[in-house]
Design a protein around this ligand. Sequence first.
Ligand SMILES: Nc1nc2c(ncn2[C@@H]2O[C@H](COP(=O)(O)OP(=O)(O)OP(=O)(O)O)[C@@H](O)[C@H]2O)c(=O)[nH]1
Length: 327
Amino acid sequence: MSFFKKLREKMAQQTNEVADKFKHGLEKTRTSFSGKINELVARYRKIDEDFFEDLEEILIGADVGVSTVMELVDELKEEVRLRNLKDTEEIQPVISEKLASLLEKDDKDTTLQLQEGLSVILVVGVNGVGKTTSIGKLAHYLKGQGKSVVLAAGDTFRAGAIDQLDVWGERVGVPVIKQQEGSDPAAVMYDAIAWARSRKADVLICDTAGRLQNKVNLMNELAKVKRVIEREVPGAPHEVLLVVDATTGQNALSQAKAFAASTDVSGLVLTKLDGTAKGGIVIAIRQELDLPVKFIGLGEQKDDLQPFDAEQFVYGLFQDAIDAEKE
Ligand SMILES: Nc1nc2c(ncn2[C@@H]2O[C@H](COP(=O)(O)OP(=O)(O)OP(=O)(O)O)[C@@H](O)[C@H]2O)c(=O)[nH]1
């Protein structure tokens, strides 16, 4: 079965709602990235060195990242040689298959690692990336999976952060445990864990103050928050999710690199993919950090956070070509 056919069959099993989210959320990237690849395929017709050079340029322009592009193009060349491909049209399924395999090194790792009893998810990232919004959406998603969720308002630093989380708690119908602005976030976590335990909640999602990875005090504070969580709940935090903003492109990548070097990050939430034409950043992050993207933000509504799925993502990018393939 061709890779495109496999994707078509997989997508046929999706609900229309999820398919639409990916379709609309990836529109900008699709129009620019795949539009350019389609043009390239039509312009060259025959695969040659110039074709690969132009392809490299398109991939780099979509923020895939130079080293990843080089690796990808080398692999494509090898594949073209092995399969003895001549026409550019034949290469499109190969490109998408390669992208999917780069993104899905191990399909288990994109799912949240929750345990029986209380699981704790710590959410970190710099200001303004969409952290609070993503926590609200994640709570909504987990609720939809039948979990009882509690939020801990651990960003006691930024004015308005507690209220903002409260608004999300109300919007998605989950309790928010909080103290006053300026209070010790570790104490908030302590309270929230006790509360979640007493209510036999399944998941506690902890907000933290936005911080730059080079601010030593704030990083120490984060370490303290983590210690409290570790001490109170064996095996916790079960996930440390780093939120990065896709529209900041290569900046998101360097932020993630720096964070991952100082904190044990277990996965990423990549927000605002709907707002960028450079969705290739997902591939750069996966490849250069070796960290899974676990969720992607495809809009501002509560159900606009979707679990990341490599094949779904690739389908979202090449939808037109995939649907147009003749069987
Ligand atoms: N289009 C789009 N907008 C998003 C997405 N995620 C978040 N946003 C918007 O990004 C803005 C910032 O989000 P916040 O959640 O306030 O950011 P934050 O990281 O919590 O900010 P701090 O609390 O300062 O750390 C808001 O206007 C959100 O609606 C997304 O996936 N798509």
